[in-house]
Design a protein around this ligand. Sequence first.
Ligand code: AMP
Ligand code: ZN
Length: 500
Amino acid sequence: MADMTDSSRNLSDLPKRQPETVTQPKTLSFFNTLNRSKAVLEPIVPGAIGLYCCGPTVYNYAHIGNLRTYIFEDVLVRTLREAGYRTTHVMNVTDVGHLQSDADDGEDKMVLAAEREHRSPWEIARFYEDVFFEDCGALNIIRPDLVCRATEHIDQIIQLVDTLVQRGFTYESEGNIYYDTARFPSYHALRGGPVDDTSAVSRVETDQGKRLGADFVLWFSKSKFPRQIMKWDSPWGTGFPGWHIECSAMASTYLGTRIDIHCGGIDHIPIHHTNEIAQSEACFGHRWVNTWMHGAFLILDKGKMSKSSGSFITLRTVREEGFKPLHYRYLCLAAHYRSELRFSWEALDAARRGLENLYNRVLALRHAPPAAKAAAKDHELPERYRQAFWGALADDLNAPVALSVLWAVIKDGDLDARTKLTLISEFDRILGLGLMDAQPPALPEDCMALIAERTEARAQGEWGRADDLRRRLMERGVMVKDTRQGTEWYRTDMLSSADG
Ligand code: AMP
Ligand code: ZN
């Protein structure tokens, strides 16, 4: 080993080192469902995060409850990336094998949808998958790096089931291959102990093949569902995979056998994710996922929103009611992802006011007079806001507090317009509210008519008339600005509004 105290060496003799360009990612803490506490994220590979999110079952439109979970996951991905982690985000699409109940009761949701809509299950799957990603796009949810369909990973699924069979974690009953939960002592860890509800008993009665209520199917091959159309050959007969094994197979295909973060909604804790852990850890022989993160539910006044019950609101309904998808994103960001969020049209209306107000403020800042854009006096103030914003997200993704920091920036009289815009654009890389693309607010018809008249006057070179029209608009609380893209405006009467 070199003598570190050797002072006889001349520093100029040493090879010149390149300056260190790799910056350390920021420290983030998240609540881990597995041990029910918050802990600092420790990546398996330094600087990189592998993230798996359970994707949609594509037998119907996603409802806004589902979309709340994907918004939470999007904020997580954006936070990880902005914090400096190389993040690989994988999401599955469940296009076969998810039965009516998560515990293998009932029939495949895809088959039922195909019958309902007189289309093939394949058509159903592609149609609802496309609509799902359109909805996500409208909500500024960044598409995952890898989207994988269960029906395109049957070989990997069969391989995983085979390993479980070889390792003695399964039994065959009435032609199906079941996971034997009695062979996996820590089975109940994620759900915090055995779940002893009566529905579990009824499930056992429904599926006579199970030894224990918690056991679940890895491969369906008995013709329990004679109408099943999506089928593949396997060592255990022609059939189709269970829903839970699909996620274990796809996650390990793309992220390996150790994963940093796995997400989903809280409904997945007691069955789906518990089963994913049992299968994966039995296969790999070690801990599979370090951090489990779960989003709380969006509920309606009358209770749970669910696709299968038919009582749900889609993004299309939200649009039909006159809202923009991003109004809904703003509503979701205003609640912590681990708090239940009660949906009402009044709450969405308040979110609309808040976001439109933000857009209006950004437009006003963009058109602020040069004097207001002069550098801020307190040079440390922007940095303190950055720290407050990051502090909120680093503390278990506290988006509501991060939003309040954004509002504080906007309202701070000691910050100049240019600095505010810089901070807003940085913050919006995580919030994803489209703040830098803010469009002028809707105006009453008479104001729109005045704007059109003024545009016409300017085109004719009638500058006096154009100035007069500008004055009339100002009296109505509308400030117009001419840009290369055309006329923009903001409402001065909204600038003092308390929304936000
Ligand atoms: P699914 O398409 O039913 O498999 O669900 C897609 C995602 O939405 C999963 O992560 C679920 O946990 C989540 N989810 C289902 N219902 C709700 C709800 N009401 N609120 C929030 N997330 C939900
Ligand atoms: Zn899953």
